[in-house]
Ligand binder design. Sequence first.
Ligand code: NDP
Length: 461
Amino acid sequence: MSDQPTTTLLILGASGDLTSRLLLPGLGTLLAVEPERRVRVVGADRSELSTDTWHDKIRTAMAGAGVPDDRVDRLLTTAQYVRADLLEPAQLAELVVQVEAPLVVYFALPPQITVKVCALLETMDLPEGTRLALEKPFGHDSASAAELNEQLVRVVPEERIHRVDHFLAVHTVLNLIGVRFANRILLPVWSADHIEQVEIVYDEDLALEGRAGYYDHAGALRDMIQSHLLQILALFAMETPATLDSVEVQALKAQALRATELWDDDPVRASRRGRYTAGRLGEREIQDYVAEEGVDPDRGTETLAQLVVEVRNARWSGVPFVLRSGKAMGDQEKRIVVTFRQPAHIPTGMTDCPQPDRLVLELKPGAVTLDLSVNAEGDPFALEQKTLRAELGKARMLPYGEVLGGIFDGDPLLSIRGDVAEECWRIVEPALHAWAEGKVPLEDYPAGSLGPDGWGPSPED
Ligand code: NDP
């Protein structure tokens, strides 16, 4: 790696939250694992920062990343900060001529600014081989996502555009690939023939935490389901890849998502939404969502969303995939629950109806559990359920470290392809329209509860 050229990471929006909270710590963990990787960090933002302050920012963000002090020092010898209003063509052009190939331009900017900066970059000469890294949201519906895609490929070709969804780099999500494709006992049962239902749940005990400026315009469906949870579904449902080559895996993910539709094509029955009211999360008093600073109650933003979808292909037709994510939830469930069908016949004479077998992939912290029916204690002809459990090892680096490593190497395995970004909007749009038309009630649930009464995972509930 030491004979590789130095990659310049140009962070646009270097004073923002993403840069200091996720990007720089992620880079720190990448450098901790790969100290010989050659990177130069150039930050640009409109606020005035001295070089010393920029260096302090980097050092602080990387504290705890496990990167040796001398490696941070080496990074700081070339780390530079440029004050620039990136919407001013002359200032952007001046910035672009300062940076050399290989170059990664990371848009850590508000999405509407990213679009405008891209429009300016179309008119400028970027160094040969420049890659772009973008953060969600990729548009706000399928039409705007398509428009953004058309704009981006006027700057660089698709294979050099990295749409980042850091969930794809979470080791417990990537564990799906190993669990699915490396286990003889699971490979043959991974289909509608054997699986009754799949739940992909990401409930958080965090409330709004001062993020109304972003969240009140997004809500749980756009923030979590349209992006992260559909990516998990794609990894879960895709056909078997022969290799982990990005071209192959991205095509298989796209194929699964193209087959995905709301259950029964009925957005009213296939979707639910809720919003938390005042309550308690552990020791913390949580105020009503609509009383939070910056929230506009008239937007009707949901803090809990559920969609039931079907992957309409030979492998999965007829299996409900329940996707749910909420804030201020009493139970921090973050997991994929696979419920298997009951056996065709249980020997007559066994007593007690067994529960279905269940495989649970816990996403945080990582674990795999398998619930199996076994003969009950004290009665060899009765059944009871027991759980086998394996904890997953720790990740080698933070998800943003994996993301950046892939981008630096020009490997889009962990990135979202342009058509997939559009596809994910296409899947959720009927629900968003039904909600905008008031066809699905916005239910209340107290913060710290398990959600509104009567929410069930089955589309028949
Ligand atoms: P912030 O608002 O915290 O940061 C954006 C930065 O860009 C600010 O420092 C802002 O400056 C600067 N900026 C805005 N306009 C210009 C301009 N014309 N010229 C130069 N600098 C400018 O946003 P985040 O860091 O939270 O988010 C960045 C992106 O990452 C967004 O697309 C977001 O959706 C995405 N994202 C964020 C996550 C997070 O946890 N923060 C998680 C996942 C994705 P100023 O403060 O002066 O406006």
